[in-house]
Design a protein around this ligand. Structure first.
Ligand SMILES: Nc1ncnc2c1ncn2[C@@H]1O[C@H](COP(=O)(O)OP(=O)(O)OP(=O)(O)O)[C@@H](O)[C@H]1O
Ligand SMILES: [Mg+2]
Length: 220
């Protein structure tokens, strides 16, 4: 492993998976091997005798190495509710995720770990996504869905990440809504608020074109 990032968001449903796949395509375009993990997922369905999650399957498909599903998504909960509730019978253990992360490090140059929900979304009764990023010791990439209210969410999340002494490597703006007024102004306001690089703006697309979107990513 050369680089790894924890992908968090300003909320659930803000474009973390899209951004993660776009980053995977970006790194693949640079000739790197890449793995995407979604260690904790709620809202899974039964397929061939096991619970699987759409995000995790997409990350599995986009990796350069075909990893066993259980390594990508060790905690797959059927109920579409917060993991600390869905996982009452099988609570998330950050140490287990840490061990899996360490075991897959040798398989790729780039490892991306998608969180579940937002920065302080709980994973078990006493730990949340911020704790997972700390246990994995990863810099964070924050995904912001550009919509009304997102400036507040972005500022709060940036502040929380820095308060937790976790490095924020950058942020990605994702347009999850087809028509948004003042998009450029909103993005500029967030840029002006924090000295953290904007890695890319992903425009709204009716049909996903992850390679096309990867052209919008820049780590310089
Ligand atoms: N650039 C885009 N253009 C159009 N739709 C998008 C775009 N990015 C994301 N979406 C849509 O927005 C929704 C949320 O995206 P995504 O699943 O990536 O969010 P998430 O933060 O990973 O959600 P979760 O918290 O469930 O993991 C999805 O319906 C997705 O199809
Ligand atoms: Mg997702």
């Amino acid at each position: 492993m050369e680089q790894a990032y924890f992908i968090t968001g300003t909320d659930t449903n803000v474009g973390k998976t899209w951004a993660t796949v776009v980053l995977m395509r970006y790194f693949k375009g640079q000739g790197k091997s890449v793995i995407g993990l979604k260690p904790v997922a709620s809202g899974c369905i039964w397929e061939e005798g096991r619970l699987v999650n759409a995000d995790a399957l997409l990350l599995q498909d986009n990796a350069t190495v075909k990893l066993d599903y259980g390594l990508i998504n060790p905690y797959a909960f059927e109920r579409p509710v917060s993991p600390h509730i869905a996982g009452k019978g099988n609570p998330v253990e950050l140490k287990v995720i840490g061990n899996i992360f360490n075991s897959v490090k040798e398989y790729a140059q780039i490892i991306l770990v998608e969180g579940a929900g937002g920065w302080y979304s709980p994973l078990n009764q006493h730990q949340d996504n911020s704790g997972l990023a700390s246990v994995l010791n990863l810099p964070v990439i924050l995904v912001v869905a550009i919509k009304l209210g997102c400036i507040n969410h972005a500022k709060l999340t940036f502040q929380a990440i820095s308060k937790d002494c976790v490095v924020c490597a950058g942020w990605i703006a994702v347009c999850t809504e087809p028509q948004l007024e003042c998009l450029d102004d909103i993005v500029q306001t967030i840029r002006d608020s924090f000295d953290i690089p904007l890695l890319g703006i992903l425009p709204y697309l009716n049909i996903p074109d992850f390679d096309g979107l990867a052209e919008n990513i820049s780590f310089t």
